[in-house]
Design a protein around this ligand. Structure first.
Ligand code: PMP
Length: 380
């Protein structure tokens, strides 16, 4: 129950364990093509250009940033934690001048502050992390994207801890590039970087003054490949991670069958059950308000008398949780991923293990109260 890699469905793992087909095989090409089509559906970007490249979420960040930004461009980062810092570092390496708009830990910067930063000068890219995995803060992406578009910036969303779990519609919301990775709410083991670019993002890339410095990151190398797989006549640039792509096709197929809205609603119900459990245990969370709390994960402060050894205790109780990540509060909180295939039973099992681990950590806990609170939400 960590915020990625998550638990994977048996059908997805079976696809991963199948024979490694040729990347030029017609059946593989059709599967890759279907996966790209399903990305458009999941992201809510019917006219977007999907890219699937072997690499992690950080590669997806670099892929998105490297194609949009050139040396000397100005970029604004809406910073809600560790991954905002990382996006800033990537943009700086590309030669951009980066302005971070930060909030205190657990908060989201004011929209007015974001607007001031974006309008201070020409702004090529406005970047935001949909859910920052170090704080579990959910950013109001739709409102932020509106500001970016109004001021002519390309809107870049890091959806690594959100896409496939949080409500998100790329085109209606006016997002230019959304990126994610396979190992979280997409439901596929680590190793794939997923990006969908809008028509405006592709135009910005085409109008670059200089080509992208990295060959592997250049949309220009990957675009004909993605198009070739959608046509069913594969072409080669660099060997795709064929088994991961096969697993991606299966997982995206399941996601589309569940339905994008139904999936977001399930994540919301599970998140509400966890919130009820935290309240019942008298625990507070890092985000400063329900409206900016993720539905894909929780970040929970340790109560008085409980320390970071709690994570090992929870493991002894059968549930793997994650420790802190944000450098300023690392030892003061723990994190739980509740995304992907997580259902009511996983939720109740996890809450029960947390109750026992809290009790064994010396906290006075009335066993069953948090389970009961979660159950009430799950039966509503
Ligand atoms: N962005 C966010 C919001 C993330 O949660 C992560 C991974 N936890 C990344 C980017 C980077 O992904 P990866 O670890 O796969 O490189």
């Amino acid at each position: 129950m960590i915020p990625g890699p998550v638990e994977f469905e048996p059908e997805v793992l079976a696809a991963l364990a199948g024979p490694s087909s040729s990347h030029m095989d017609p059946d593989f090409a059709r599967a890759f093509g279907r996966a790209l089509g399903r990305m458009r559906e999941l992201f809510g970007a019917p006219s977007g250009q999907p890219f699937v490249v072997a690499g992690t979420g950080t590669l997806a960040m670099e892929l998105a940033a490297a194609n949009l930004v050139e040396a000397g461009d100005r970029a604004v980062v809406v910073n809600t934690g560790f991954f905002g810092d990382r996006m800033g570092r990537i943009l700086e390496r590309l030669g951009a001048t980066v302005e971070h708009v930060r909030a205190e830990i657990g908060g989201v910067p004011d929209l007015a502050a974001i607007e001031r930063a974006v309008s201070r000068g020409p702004c090529k890219v406005l970047a935001v992390t949909h859910v920052d995995t170090s704080t579990s803060v959910l950013a109001p992406v739709e409102a932020i994207a509106k500001i970016g578009r109004f001021h002519g910036a390309l809107v870049l969303v890091d959806g690594v801890c959100a896409t496939g779990g949080e409500a998100f519609r790329q085109e209606p919301w006016g997002v230019d590039v959304c990126l994610t990775a396979s190992q979280k709410a997409i439901g596929v083991p680590p190793g794939l970087a997923l990006v969908v670019a809008s028509a405006a993002a592709m135009t910005a890339w085409r109008s670059r003054k200089k080509p992208v410095a990295s060959l592997y990151l250049d949309f220009g190398e990957w675009l004909p490949i993605m198009e070739s797989y959608e046509r069913g006549t594969p072409e080669y640039f660099a060997t795709p991670a064929v088994n991961l792509v096969a697993a991606l096709e299966v997982s995206l197929g399941r996601i589309c069958v569940e339905g994008i809205d139904a999936r977001a609603a399930r994540h919301e119900r599970v998140a509400n059950a966890f919130r009820a459990a935290w309240r019942a245990l008298g625990l507070s969370v890092v985000p400063k308000g329900d409206e900016i709390s993720a539905h894909t994960m929780s970040a929970v402060w340790y109560p008085e008398g409980v320390d970071a050894s709690f994570v090992a205790r929870a493991r002894e109780q059968g549930v793997v949780l994650a420790g802190g990540l944000h450098p300023e509060i690392k030892t003061k909180y723990f994190r739980i991923g509740h995304m992907g295939a997580v259902d009511a039973s996983d939720t109740v099992t996890t809450v029960a293990a947390i109750e026992r681990a809290m009790a064994l950590s010396g906290r006075r806990v009335e066993l069953g109260v948090a389970v009961g609170a979660a159950q009430s939400v799950l039966t509503r």
